[in-house]
Design a protein around this ligand. Structure first.
Ligand code: A3P
Length: 297
């Protein structure tokens, strides 16, 4: 059982039918008009797909595996969260990004159609997309929503699964999100990765990212990156585990950010009946796509 937070919770509004936190929607113009630069790298994911993990990997690749450099600041300071608008005096993702030197690493959870047009205007913009199977996303998001007081309160588990299936959670439909980036990946410079593949063979996936970024590093450096970005090492790294976020925003009693990092934890939460309903609905929503997920490895 996850205890309830007692702070005022965020609420959702929508942009083009996609539910987003109210403060994001209220400042939407700045996101829509964001000016990308040719050497920007966008890390795009649906929430809870392994964003922080790939951010750490990419930052280390950019810094030639220099672990100390990667500890220069917490994840959210190193890489602005494009659409996020935190309470003042903290600056928005757009402001932080505009103050950053090139080459910029920028995080977003926006679905393809809401990514600022500027990113697609030049073919040189590159995107690393990470997708994770839907059932583990629901479980991870559920715990995160108990913990992250900026998010609407998740309510009971049963209802939370329904909200996911009805695409009512923040950043909207997981189904559309993963499908659209999949369809677009060959039309733009998008590297499409899977959380499950990263768990299965992190070195193989890190080498894919390096190739995509035209980066070569000696094998021992690659091994160092594999080690530094393992679940346990990141869990203990205050610059990669979000522990700098105060408990007025992240209720650390409700959950921890680096929670389990596994494939298949959904089996501990979905009842047989919930799983059947979810699978039935999933088949319809994912009809006609060649995109396939593994919910166990
Ligand atoms: P769980 O809640 O299932 O543990 P995001 O960064 O997109 O919010 O995703 C967070 C999820 O990724 C959490 O999943 C977290 O534990 C997992 N994660 C983060 N770093 C990881 C790593 N190095 N290895 C495996 N999982 C990781």
């Amino acid at each position: 059982d996850v205890p309830k937070g007692s702070w005022v919770r965020g609420s959702l509004k929508s942009v083009e039918g996609v539910p987003l936190l109210e403060q994001i929607v209220d400042n939407w113009d700045k996101v829509a008009n964001f000016q990308a630069q040719p050497d920007d790298l966008l890390i795009a994911t649906y929430p809870k797909a392994g964003t922080t993990w790939i951010q750490e990997i990419v930052d280390l690749i950019y810094n030639d595996g220099d672990v100390e450099k990667a500890k220069r600041a917490p994840t959210h300071v190193r890489m602005p969260f494009l659409e996020m608008v935190p309470p003042p005096p903290l600056r928005s993702g757009v402001e932080n990004a505009s103050k950053m030197p090139s080459p910029r690493l920028i995080k977003t959870h926006l679905p393809f159609q809401l990514v600022p047009k500027s990113f697609w205007e030049h073919n040189c913009k590159v995107v690393v997309y990470v997708a994770r199977n839907a059932k583990d996303i629901v479980v991870s998001y559920y715990h995160f929503d108990w913990m992250n007081l900026a998010q609407p309160e998740p309510g009971p588990w049963e209802g939370y699964i329904c909200k996911f299936m009805e695409c009512q959670l923040g950043w909207g439909s997981w189904y559309d999100h993963v499908r659209r980036f999949w369809e677009e990946k060959d039309k733009h410079r998008i590297l499409y990765l899977f959380f499950e593949d990263m768990k299965e063979d992190p070195k193989r996936e890190i080498l894919k990212v390096m190739k995509f970024l035209d980066k070569e590093l000696p094998e021992e450096v690659v091994d160092k990156i594999v080690h530094h970005t393992s679940f346990q090492v990141m869990k203990d790294n205050p610059m990669a585990n979000y522990s700098s976020i105060p408990d007025t925003i992240f209720d650390w009693k409700a959950s921890t950010f680096m929670r389990k990092g596994e494939v298949g934890d959904w089996k501990n939460y979905f009842t047989v009946a919930q799983n059947e309903v979810f699978d039935e609905d999933y088949k319809m929503k994912m009809l006609g796509t060649s995109l396939k997920f593994r919910s166990k490895i």
